[in-house]
Structures are given as structure tokens and as C-alpha cells.
Design a protein around this ligand. Structure first.
Ligand SMILES: [Zn+2]
Length: 258
């Protein structure tokens, strides 16, 4: 059944993006547009609603490319800069819509308050500063965005607790190295799974390709897409060919219907 949820991959790159500045690695020099990866984020659209998961340093460019005129909120997975550094660029939305709802764990909010203090300031606010409405996300507590229910999935990014999110048949997990069994139960039956696959070699805080493929076997979604990709994973066209039929590498601006 079509749930009417449209997912757009705004960025599918790891923290430095692909190409890496100054790199002469063949993947960084590739002319295939699918080898150009902005920092990781997705746009969730349905029935006039637009939400993004994460808001990294490429947020402005991503909103311009995808002509997103209205933003109903931002769900944060965690506080690392490649997922949060673009928050100042919510200003055009704030000027038109007022406070922009954010959904995040309290630790993530604390980090944002420290790094973007002017956004959260109550008194003597700078006139051009944006403002947000804070919604705290807790493990084991579903919440709503628009008219849809979201289940937070707690996963481990090395020792850091990170949230992934399930909305109906769609599950988005990024920056994952391990998932506890009780959290796995929350994503049983998901139709489309998005998960990180950083590179070929193992990494201390991310699934490599082999671990991502093993995870897909465990979850058994109808379709899976890999994201948060480093140039060290290889050329998009070559890696894509090596994957099982229902597993794909995501690429920037790929749109899928759930
Ligand atoms: Zn990341």
C-alpha cells in the first residue's frame, strides 16, 4: 500500500562530503553526479508537510536545489556537526513561519544551545536571529509530526547514543555501529530501510559495507538504501552493481515513494 510518503535524499555523504576538499582520490575526481555527495540528510514530504532529518552544513544548498518553500520541522539524530551545522540557515523559514519545531534528545538540545546560543536566547535577541520550538525526543516514546507517528530508534555510534526514526514503513538510521535487540524489534516489518555504509574497511563508529549488508539481512526490509558514504566506498556505479537486487546505494536528490 502506498503510504504517500515521499523521501528525498538531500545528502548521502560522510562528514567531509564527497569530493573531499583538495583530494585527488579517483572517486573525488569522478564526473558521475552520483559520486558527488553532500552531508547526510533526508526530506520527508506528504500532504503539504515537509520535515527534514538533520540539518548539516549543506542545508541551505539542499533547500534551494529541492525548492523547499515551507519547513515544518527538523528531526535531529545527534549533535555532530555534519548533522547540525546548518541550523542558522532556517532563517528564511523562521521569518515566514515563526519558530521552527525541532525534535531532538535533550543532550543534543544542550549541545545546540551551547554552539548556537543566539538562537535560544530569550532576552536581547539579535533581530535577525532565528528561533526554534523545542520538542524533546525520548527513547521508547513515540511522537507526532504533522499527522504521522514517529518511533525513535536508539542506536549506537561507537559510544554515543544516536536516534534513528521510523515513520510507518520507512526507517532511517544513520551513524550506526550497533543496534540493541530491543531496538531492532521496533523496526520489524519496515518496508524501506535506510542505513549508513561508510566504506569497505571497518570503522570504529560506522557500519562498513559488509556490516550494512549483514544488518539488511537481519531486518529483511523490502528495499534498503545505503547512505553516509565516504569516497573510500568506491565509485557509485561499481558498488551499486555488486549489491543484492533489493539493496541500493542512495545518491543525492534520489527520491523514493514509500
Ligand atoms: Zn555523521
Amino acid at each position: 500500500m502506498d503510504e504517500g510518503l515521499k523521501v528525498t535524499f538531500l545528502g548521502t555523504g560522510t562528514s567531509q562530503g564527497v569530493p573531499v576538499i583538495g583530494s585527488e582520490h579517483p572517486v573525488c575526481l569522478s564526473e558521475d553526479s552520483r559520486d558527488k555527495r553532500l552531508r547526510v540528510s533526508v526530506l520527508l514530504s506528504w500532504g503539504g508537510y515537509n520535515y527534514v532529518i538533520d540539518c548539516g552544513p549543506d542545508f541551505r544548498q539542499q533547500m534551494l536545489v529541492n525548492k523547499v518553500k515551507k519547513l515544518d520541522g527538523i528531526l535531529f539524530t545527534h549533535e555532530h556537526s555534519d548533522h547540525t551545522a546548518g541550523i542558522d540557515d532556517i532563517r528564511p523559514y523562521f521569518f515566514r513561519q515563526g519558530d521552527i519545531p525541532i525534535f531532538a534528545h535533550k543532550r543534543v538540545v544542550k549541545s545546540l544551545k551551547r554552539r548556537f546560543d543566539y538562537i535560544f536566547q530569550d532576552k536581547d535577541r539579535y533581530p535577525g536571529a532565528p528561533s526554534v520550538a523545542i520538542n524533546l525526543v525520548e527513547k521508547d516514546t513515540d511522537f507526532e509530526i504533522g499527522d504521522r507517528r514517529v518511533t525513535p530508534i536508539q542506536v549506537m555510534h561507537n559510544r554515543l547514543k544516536v536516534f534513528g526514526y521510523r515513520i510507518g514503513g520507512f526507517t532511517y538510521l544513520t551513524d550506526v555501529k550497533s543496534v540493541a535487540e530491543e531496538e531492532l524489534e521496533k523496526i520489524v516489518g519496515t518496508k524501506v530501510l535506510v542505513v549508513n555504509a561508510l566504506r569497505i574497511e571497518p570503522h570504529h563508529s560506522h557500519f562498513n559495507l559488509e556490516e550494512a549488508l549483514d544488518f539488511v539481512k537481519k531486518v529483511k526490509p523490502q528495499r534498503a538504501y545505503f547512505t553516509h558514504i565516504s569516497h573510500l566506498l568506491g565509485f557509485h556505479a561499481e558498488v551499486e552493481k555488486s549489491l543484492p537486487k533489493n539493496v541500493h546505494l542512495a545518491y543525492d536528490n534520489l527520491t523514493i515513494a514509500i
